[in-house]
Design a protein around this ligand. Structure first.
Ligand code: NAD
Length: 285
């Protein structure tokens, strides 16, 4: 039986672990923060309960799914597990954090394991450079919320092997998702198109052109978006949005991709969106 390890149990990591476990994978969910692990596991329990309520999962299936997930706060627990086929890293969007994780993963996981990153914007080729197996490193960019969204952007780094891409495409389809292969470039396709729109929506609020509700209403009712850009920013996490804008700015164009000062202020004030309870909107769980 193949195993997957998911690194990071936050917004994305718990959803990724949920989807793998639902599809029969023994899933190790690892996070340095015991608090995040607890919260991540609770989110999976709550979301699977909702699936049972909707009739898309039976109580037995839910029980089996939860039984396939093991949690740990130590990356080193992967040492010696020779049946790990894939690792999906979904830790904080910070190059230093990810580089260290990939260096460690390269040291402790079996040489044949594929190392994927769920990064929204950091160069896959740079991440791959931290390892001695760049041909087995690629991006597996799940969308939020993971159990619901169909797309997985598969990012091919400079050194990624074609056979590895083909295997990850196969795995993605077996998870019930639709893979789209893109070449490594800042923001890939999804965030290169989405984030400047979100950033521009923030400028509209900052410049007093409309309230967050007003901006979101324009995009929902006028452009048929299912969710407004500011509600989406809150869902993604404003810190993640800012990190992505910084990567676009550094990698593409200083002026065009300048993060809105209001975004920077909100992140500095700890207003990160849903996960912190407040962003452009207030959340009470
Ligand atoms: P998050 O802040 O919700 O969770 C990140 C988790 O990583 C935290 O629980 C933190 O404790 C953990 N972590 C930090 N350092 C770690 C380490 N060294 N080892 C193990 N765990 C560590 O962030 P998120 O929104 O889940 O984002 C995770 C990744 O997914 C980022 O790369 C982000 O860009 C990407 N992503 C996010 C979204 C989104 O909508 N939020 C969508 C697609 C991709």
């Amino acid at each position: 039986m193949s195993r997957v390890a998911v690194i990071g149990a936050g917004t994305m990591g718990n959803g990724i672990a949920h989807v793998f476990a639902q599809n029969g994978w023994q899933t190790l969910l690892i996070d340095v923060s015991p608090e995040s692990l607890k919260k991540g596991k609770a989110t999976i329990e709550k979301n699977t309960e909702r699936q049972v309520g909707k009739g898309t999962l039976t109580e037995d299936q839910r029980h089996a799914l939860l039984g396939r997930i093991t949690t740990s706060s130590k990356l080193e627990m992967l040492k010696g597990l020779d049946d790990i086929e894939l690792v999906v890293e979904a830790a904080t969007e910070n190059p230093e954090v990810k580089f260290q994780i990939f260096e460690d993963l390269d040291r402790i996981t079996p040489a044949g394991a594929v190392l994927a990153s769920n990064t929204s914007s950091i160069s896959i080729s740079e991440i791959a450079k931290q390892t001695n197996r760049p041909e087995r490193v690629l991006g597996m960019h799940f969308m939020n919320p993971v159990p619901v969204m169909k797309l997985v952007e598969i990012i091919k780094g400079r050194g990624t092997g074609d056979g590895v891409v083909a295997r990850v495409v196969e795995i993605t389809k077996a998870l019930g998702k639709t893979p789209v292969i893109v070449t490594d470039a800042p923001g890939f396709v999804s965030n290169r198109v989405l984030m400047p729109m979100i950033n521009e929506a923030i400028f509209c609020v900052q410049d007093g052109i409309a309230t967050p509700e007003g901006v979101d209403a324009v995009m929902k009712l006028g452009m048929n978006h299912p969710i407004g850009p500011l509600a989406l920013a809150d869902l993604i996490g404003l810190d993640v949005c800012l990190a992505i804008m910084n990567v676009l700015q550094d990698g593409l164009d200083q002026r065009k991709y300048r993060p809105a000062p209001l975004l920077e202020e909100m992140v500095a004030a700890g207003k990160l969106g849903r996960k912190s309870g407040a962003g452009f909107y207030v959340y009470r769980d």
